[in-house]
Design a protein around this ligand. Structure first.
Ligand code: GFB
Length: 309
């Protein structure tokens, strides 16, 4: 991408989109389009069409999505499958019809089977059944992948699909009902410290493993792939190592400086037991992450303290 190319980042207010915008600006990309939800509703096909017809972006990074943690996925499954299917269908189709040179579609590690062999290679997609707690989300994301690949095959488009592992960082959702585990635990330990609470409740058994990637590393990988990857095959983005939820809770407890107890609420679901991505394909292209988990949690906690409380 040239530095003056017209680039549209869909979902620029979210965790991923805001990190991509920060990265593009830092790297000197100056012709960025961002539209708030009020100005452009991506679930509205006509509005999306009008936007592409008028603005004619050359490149699209599709980071707009309806997302949430394990509880949000079971509370709002209809909203999640509907909004994601609408947003991605409208944007991908308009990108093709208005001649976008390249589009990047963001998937998720939850597209892979619940009991996929670990670490998870890109080839394991659709090899066995999905994790039920986020199946509607995963099915929507898989539809997005198949749509990009079909447009590449039938129309010669250049739409790439990246599969990030669990993400965290500034602009994450810290709401305890709808967030993912890492921001939820930052809030829980922080509030417990302020209130002098004797214990913090962590959902599930604490035994599932998760891999965490700082969103600034994700944005760096997305830009790298926009400039260096043109294959229709999906590609994983992660760090290549994971830890248990119990271990994560201890790291966050230390970063926040909370001295009480951790208890596990085993009435809450664990979700998939493990989803460690095989990142050899990406690493072999020459990209590696830079932000370690403890440093990343520390800076995210600083951001949370400044912005959310
Ligand atoms: O991050 P999370 O909500 O989603 O939960 P998934 C990860 C693990 O952390 C689960 C446990 O085992 C949760 O039970 N956990 C412990 C907590 N305490 C908490 C808490 O306070 N809040 C939350 N949210 N979890 C997501 C999918 O799956 O992965 C999304 O729901 C998306 O669709 C994302 O794909 C990448 O990692 O299980």
């Amino acid at each position: 991408m040239n530095k003056d190319a017209k680039i549209y980042v869909a979902g620029h207010r979210g965790l991923v989109g805001s990190a991509i915008v920060r990265k593009l600006k830092t790297e000197g990309y100056s012709n960025l389009f961002t539209y708030t939800h009020n100005k452009l509703d991506l679930t509205d096909q006509q509005a999306v069409d009008r936007f592409f017809e008028t603005e004619r972006p050359e490149y699209v990074l599709l980071a707009a999505a309806k997302v949430g943690g394990i509880l949000a996925n079971s509370t709002y499954p209809a909203d999640i499958i509907r909004d994601n299917l609408l947003i991605q269908t409208n944007v991908i189709d308009a990108a093709y019809r208005y001649g976008v040179k390249k589009l990047l579609f963001l998937g998720s590690s939850c597209i892979y089977p619940k009991f996929a062999p670990q670490p998870i290679k890109e080839d394991y997609l659709l090899s066995s059944e999905l994790e039920p707690t986020n199946e509607p989300y995963a099915v929507a994301k898989i539809a997005g992948i198949k749509m990009c690949q079909s447009y590449n095959r039938q129309y010669g488009a250049n739409f790439i699909c990246v599969m990030p592992t669990n993400l965290y960082g500034p602009n994450d959702n810290f709401d305890l009902q709808t967030s993912h585990v890492l921001p939820a635990l930052i809030r829980k330990f922080h509030e417990a410290k302020l209130e002098g609470a004797t214990q913090v409740v962590v959902w599930g058994t604490g035994k599932p493993h998760r891999e965490f990637l700082h969103v600034d590393d994700l944005a760096d990988a997305c830009l790298f792939l926009m400039n260096n990857y043109d294959s229709p095959d999906i590609i994983n983005i992660g760090v290549g190592e994971d830890l248990t939820i119990a271990e994560l809770a201890h790291v966050i407890k230390d970063v926040v400086g909370y001295s009480g107890k951790i208890v596990f609420d085993t009435a809450k679901p664990d979700g998939t037991p493990r989803k460690l991505l095989d990142v050899s394909k990406l690493f072999n292209l020459g990209w590696t992450p830079r932000i370690g988990l403890v440093d990343g949690i520390r800076s995210t906690y600083e951001w949370f303290s400044k912005n959310k409380i």
